[in-house]
Design a protein around this ligand. Structure first.
Ligand code: ADP
Ligand code: MG
Length: 694
């Protein structure tokens, strides 16, 4: 192909070899016809069916122009069909059409007024067009973008791309090496790679297309699972763990004197799972999932006490200063009479205090260090760090988490916590190398939060609710969206909202909070809200994670349509922390895309974070989920679709197959598995080895 096209494919799709082309898969296929007469057999009434596509050879007659609409007749040996163009700007070429010339015509066929027509067909003179393509039963359609379309006249991208792929097939396919062992192909009835690649681009039958798609999905998920399950085995073999088997009595004393409530069954179960890891001699790498308010903090604290009981130190890292401070205050409260030393280290910590902390850490007189990413800086040295807790772990990068591993001569145990429930299937593809614990039970006496979707005309009702709740001693959050692209406007909305609130509720103390404020100012505002002095707190999503003010009973989310499902769920979790009824009001504009409306509707129907996460996955697809960045590993499946039930089954099957292979040949040393090792290296060669990192 020409240089420009080659350059754009390289830049936009990372395609630079014929092999890359063959591995750039189409996302859909339409049935393809080569004669007008054959279209008779196509059922145009079936709405689920893609429209058929034609590649025809013949002549163009009766070109007519009427206003913005141009029509013509195309005739091949077997019949005729109408052609239509709308809004033509450069129509000069129409006059060059001659009914004596043979053309090749490409297009999608639709039915209008009972007659078959092709809208805006693409055509070339037969003599100029080298039809080097492979005859097939289906036309493939490929994802592109505006930059690519510029080099391939947009509508014809698929036809042109097919031509290039055909060349790649001719030149490369015969030499293409298999990427799965023969025994896996035959045990699972999979097509060979050659047949697969040939048929995914140029399907010779519906059956072969189906099998080609299946083989590709299988391979995508097979290597994903092979990669993470090997890493898991690797890590287990490599990383010894500190053994927490001494008893300085802190855990016992805590249970006896400090526990403010009875632990839930789920908390007890999870603690038992953690305990098991901490005495196993292997490094713990555990993800603790629990909905907002499910009580993860106390689990983290008790785990830290287990470390302290054996003479180790612990740290708790949180993504924001607000959250770190809150951890400090709740942990200080919980451990008041326990005789342990807990300190906070954040960006704002003064030099003098910082020095004291550093010294105490090295001496070992500081037991639990709580902080933001300030605590992974190189200057922070522990005497003997045994456990690192990472709260809201998905907010940290892999590299940041990796730094914790270097805080002792061998990696400390890691307890990663997340309030964003991740569907099981996603967890399996992202972090096969993590153990997972789930707190699936809320503390007793929690009432489900009553959630309602309101429009502007419900403001009076909302205001009534706010007054009712505040006069009954409660407090209210109002959250505004803030995204970088529209930051200025968003902050202005927050400010406007604040002014309006002050007018409507002159009787209450109202404050507002956003991420751009100085941290001292933020802390003061949070403190006043916590103490109950401030009744209404307006804020951007800085309060999203973990903030705990049990007295707040109303969460109003402005422009709720701009939030994703899991974010809405997180925000809602700020209320409903006490025993009384709480409310979440989703304010939105009137006109909503149907998907957005469905999202808000779902919020009003369930409080179950896992259900919401499943729905989020289904609605948005795996690629856009927050979780994707969490793993540090790419899950760039082209065809495998985590949200589809059939593919989830395939995931389970592939995982079983991989486990069986690794059971029998952990290092992939047997000759029949050589292909697997080679392919793994090809796929994951650019990636750094994060195998030890959660
Ligand atoms: P999250 O999982 O969101 O971090 P927290 O640890 O902040 O949740 O706990 C939420 C609230 O529930 C806190 O006020 C905490 O004291 C309380 N809590 C936690 N566990 C229990 C329990 N077993 N019984 C009663 N209240 C609990
Ligand atoms: Mg929390």
């Amino acid at each position: 192909m020409g240089e420009k096209r080659a350059a754009v494919l390289k830049k936009e799709l990372n395609i630079s070899t014929a092999g890359d082309l063959l591995r750039y898969f189409p996302f859909r296929h339409s049935e393809l016809f080569y004669n007008i007469a054959d279209l008779k057999n196509f059922n145009f009434n079936n709405e689920n069916e893609e429209k058929p596509v034609v590649i025809l050879q013949g002549n163009i007659f009766s070109v007519q122009q009427q206003y913005e609409r141009t029509t013509a007749i195309f005739q091949d040996k077997t019949g005729s069909i109408s052609l239509v163009w709308f809004n033509m700007q450069n129509s000069g070429w129409l006059h060059e059409i001659s009914h004596n010339t043979q053309y090749i015509l490409f297009g999608e066929v639709s039915v209008f007024n009972g007659r078959m027509q092709i809208v805006s067909p693409f055509f070339r003179t037969f003599s100029s067009y080298k039809l080097s393509r492979i005859k097939s039963k289906f036309q493939s359609f490929y994802h592109s973008n505006s930059k690519i379309n510029k080099q391939f006249s947009a509508k014809n991208f698929h036809y042109e791309f097919s031509r290039i792929v055909a060349e790649a097939c001719y030149s490369t396919l015969p030499a293409c090496e298999e990427t799965l062992p023969q025994y896996i192909l035959s045990e699972n009835n999979l097509l060979s790679l050659r047949k697969t690649l040939g048929n995914i681009h140029f399907p010779q039958s519906a059956e072969l297309l189906k099998n080609a798609v299946f083989r590709i999905k299988f391979e995508e998920i097979f290597y994903n699972q092979m990669n993470i399950l090997r890493q898991k085995a690797n890590r287990k073999a490599k990383n010894n763990g500190f053994v927490f088997d001494k008893d300085n009595g802190f855990v016992k004393k805590f249970y006896k004197n400090c526990l403010p409530f009875t632990l839930t069954g789920a908390q007890i179960r999870v603690l038992r799972e953690i305990r098991g890891d901490l005495v196993s001699g292997k490094q713990m790498n555990r993800l603790l999932q629990g909905d907002v308010g499910s009580g993860k903090t106390i689990v983290a604290l008790i785990s830290a006490l287990m470390a302290i009981d054996s003479g180790y130190q612990a740290c708790i890292m949180a993504p924001t200063e607000v959250l770190a401070r809150q951890h400090l205050s709740s942990i200080e409260k919980l451990t008041k009479n326990l005789g342990i030393n807990v300190k906070l280290l954040i960006g704002a910590t003064k030099v003098k205090e910082r020095r004291e902390i550093h010294a105490a850490l090295k001496e070992g007189t500081l037991h639990i260090l709580i902080g933001t990413h300030a605590l992974i800086e190189d200057t922070v040295e522990f005497q003997n760090l045994g456990l690192a807790v990472i709260d809201e772990q998905h907010r940290f990068g892999v590299a940041q988490r990796a730094k914790l591993y270097e805080k002792n001569y061998q990696p400390p145990h890691i307890l990663a916590m997340s309030a964003t429930p991740i569907p099981r299937t996603l967890a399996m593809t992202l972090y096969g190398d993590l153990e997972i614990s789930v707190i699936d039970e809320l503390p007793p006496n929690r009432k489900p939060i009553y959630t309602k979707h309101f429009f502007d005309n419900n403001r009076a009702q909302l205001n009534k609710l706010i007054i009712h709740e505040i006069d009954n001693g409660h407090q209210v959050y109002v959250v505004y969206p803030l995204i970088e692209e529209s930051e200025k406007l968003d902050l202005k909305n927050l400010e406007n909202g604040y002014n309006i609130m002050c007018e409507v509720f002159p009787q209450y103390k109202i404050s507002f909070l956003h991420g751009k404020m100085k941290s001292a100012q933020k802390d003061e505002i949070m403190a006043k809200f916590k103490s109950g002095e401030t009744k209404i707190l307006l804020s951007t999503t800085v309060i999203e994670v973990g903030v705990d003010v049990p007295n707040a009973s109303v969460m109003v989310i402005e422009s709720a349509q701009r939030f994703g499902l899991s974010q809405l769920h997180q925000l809602r979790g700020r209320v409903g922390r006490g025993a009384e009824q709480s409310f979440c009001i989703l304010m939105s504009k009137y006109e909503l895309a149907s998907q957005t409306a469905a999202r808000l509707e779902l919020m009003t129907q369930t409080n179950d974070g896992f259900k919401i996460a499943e729905a989020d996955l289904e609605m948005r697809g795996a690629g856009t989920l927050e979780g994707k960045q969490q793993s540090g590993m790419p899950i760039d499946f082209q065809l495998f679709n985590l949200a589809a039930a059939a593919d989830q089954q395939l995931l389970q099957n592939a995982r079983d197959i991989v486990n069986k292979i690794l059971d029998e040949d952990e290092k992939l040393e047997q000759p029949q598995n050589a292909i697997i090792l080679k392919r793994l290296e090809e796929i994951y060669k650019e990636l750094r080895d994060w195998s030890g990192i959660s």
